[in-house]
Write a protein that binds this ligand. Structure first.
Ligand SMILES: *Cc1c(COP(=O)(O)O)cnc(C)c1O
Length: 379
């Protein structure tokens, strides 16, 4: 146990093992580790290194700034960024050897112009719309956009390395229709004269349960962090190890009498005389305020309920008659095989999902890394 008052312990050996395990199940030629949003709250660069050590050969992020930060951290593995604003500086991405995910004819032109200014060929991957209705080129525009990209490729401004899309994970029928749409997109790319190295559609859920979606690469996010994307299978059922443990130490202990109100607005009152433990994490640290009177923590390995309003910096736990002292170990969530509540349980308590629970852990919570790969990869 560490003495930290509040911290997120990140087990990089778990990330490495999760990637290796997922790769053995999925078996695609390429594996992208998705490390957007600060590696789902775990820390993008350390997670990227662990994922590469586990066998990932691509990294994916949303914003170009996230990609540039990985390059600045010394990571030179293949890297794709796919969500851009109108003023995104593609030239900086091209100079840093970052693949640009492009979603429109305007972005294809913008990338080709930036490539000219940098004096290099831009490596790009075209995102196509197959049902999710976020970004991505509409089917009606595939011929135009692929034709434009092929023309820039012929003059050395672009290399169109791949075509990709993203699933809605709504129902087997909806996913099937997206898969068919993706196949039509690949045909349209071939018709335009493009020769692709990469075709990718599946994130963790489809990579595991929809083999037809795997193509040449899968993009694994939540699974590499040891969390399940499914309601009907937990981490252990998938052979995954949760990488993040959010923990702290009891900051105060107080005996209260039956009827005592607890925390703002007295939304919980002690039914009997009891003991309360104060935990020094709050919504500023990403603890969801909505989980009041529903979530559990483990103190010295024993589960106790969170009671009353979760405040900005702290919340209370009813420990009943169990002896608890200031400084005792509190785990909000971690690996359930250790007796800790899971991030998914906190998600259920707060009306959200495990993705949100781990990603929202705030910047005030120091990340402490354990199990770093012996030999750093991708740098
Ligand atoms: C976030 C994201 C992923 C990863 O999804 P998981 O469900 O976390 O595996 C893959 N692809 C795209 C485009 C994403 O935005």
């Amino acid at each position: 146990m560490s003495s930290a008052f509040r911290e997120a312990v990140i087990d990089l050996a778990a990330v490495q093992a999760n990637v290796a395990h997922l790769r053995s199940l999925i078996g695609t030629r390429h594996t992208m580790a998705v490390v957007k949003a600060n590696g789902y709250g775990h820390g993008a660069a350390p997670v990227a290194r662990a994922a590469l050590a586990g066998g990932a050969d691509w990294l994916g992020v949303a914003d170009l700034d996230e990609a540039l930060a990985l390059r600045a951290a010394g990571i030179d593995a293949p890297l794709l960024a796919w969500l851009h604003g109108p003023d995104t500086d593609f030239a900086a991405g091209i100079a840093a050897d970052i693949d640009l995910g492009l979603s429109s004819a305007a972005q294809v032109r913008q990338a080709a112009g930036a490539a000219l200014s940098v004096g290099r060929t831009a490596s790009v991957q075209i995102k196509i719309e197959t049902g999710l209705n976020r970004n991505g080129v509409d089917e009606a525009d595939w011929a135009e956009v692929f034709g434009l990209a092929a023309a820039f490729e012929r003059v050395g401004r672009l290399r169109v390395r791949g075509v990709f899309s993203h699933l809605a994970n709504t129902s087997p029928a909806d996913d099937e229709s997206a898969l068919l749409s993706f196949d039509r997109g690949l045909e349209a790319a071939a018709t335009a004269g493009l020769t692709l190295d990469l075709a990718h559609l599946a994130s963790t859920a489809a990579a595991l349960r929809l083999p037809a979606a795997r193509h040449t690469m899968v993009r694994l996010g939540i699974g590499i962090y040891g969390q399940s994307p499914f309601d009907d299978a937990d981490s252990a059922a998938l052979g995954l190890i949760p990488a993040m443990t959010l923990r702290g130490r009891v900051a105060a202990v107080r005996q209260v009498a039956a009827g005592a109100g607890v925390s703002y607005d007295y939304l919980w009152r002690a039914a009997t005389d009891t003991t309360l433990a104060l935990v020094p994490l709050g919504y500023a640290d990403g603890v969801p305020r909505q989980a009041m009177n529903a979530a559990f923590v483990a103190i010295n390995g024993v589960r106790h309920p969170v009671v009353g309003r979760i405040a900005m910096d702290q919340f209370l736990v009813d420990v009943g008659a169990v002896p608890v002292a200031v400084g005792d170990d509190v785990v909000l969530f971690g690996d359930p095989s250790t007796g800790a509540p899971s991030a998914a349980e906190w998600g259920a308590a707060a009306g959200t999902i495990n993705y949100d629970i781990v990603t929202r852990v705030g910047s005030r919570v120091p990340r402490r890394y354990v199990g770093a790969p012996a030999k750093s990869a991708g740098e």
